[in-house]
Design a protein around this ligand. Structure first.
Ligand SMILES: [Ca+2]
Length: 188
């Protein structure tokens, strides 16, 4: 593990880490069930309304040998949404949450030198029982060269039932690639 990564985890900054725990075995649990992409891309989709092309790729990996290559479209919020892989098929993209608790979403993102400085967000969208968006919380990052961890933490509004997660460009900045690996979402 790189020293900088170890320091980040030791300091308690954010959540998750550069590993892929077996679903349900870490505490609090990572609710993203297929977060390493070593076998397939089950459990990721483009952000709704802002298409992107997702491909499993071994050019770069934060953990293991594979990650998700995300090719944006020139739209705000074009990016990747990790979801549940197992369990109920509806609502598949949504994580059931409990009001009064704090949740954290982290993901590792890789940029090549040609895309350094792209403005990105990591977000949690709070939804009601009918999947209406009530509010969202975002962390803003400028893409660096190599792997960096994006983190956002927030508490759902009182009538929220589900959360959806995403890592996207914001605003639109053209068509370009980033890589995405070992996302983590759960109680803080
Ligand atoms: Ca991986």
């Amino acid at each position: 593990m790189p020293v900088a990564v170890a320091a980040l985890i030791a300091a308690g900054a954010g959540c998750g880490g550069p590993t892929a725990p077996t679903p349900g075995t870490d505490s609090p649990a990572n609710m993203i069930e297929n977060n390493d992409y070593e076998v397939d891309l089950a459990g990721v989709e483009p952000v709704n309304g802002a298409p992107a092309i997702l491909a499993r790729d071994n050019a770069h990996a934060m953990h293991g040998a594979w990650s998700v290559r995300v090719t944006t479209t020139d739209l705000e919020w074009s990016g990747v949404r990790p979801m549940r892989r197992l369990g109920p098929t509806f609502p598949y993209e949504l994580f059931p949450i409990t009001t009064g608790l704090t949740y954290c979403f982290s993901a590792w993102v890789y940029g090549t030198p040609t895309v350094v400085g792209k403005a990105m967000v990591i977000g949690i969208s709070w939804r009601d029982s009918l999947n209406n968006r009530l509010a969202y919380v975002e962390g803003r990052y400028l893409l660096a060269t190599g792997w960096q961890q994006f983190v956002v933490t927030g508490a759902p509004p009182g009538n929220a039932v589900y959360a959806a997660t995403y890592v996207s460009q914001r605003p639109a900045q053209g068509v370009w690639d980033f890589w995405f690996d070992v996302p983590w979402f759960g109680r803080r």
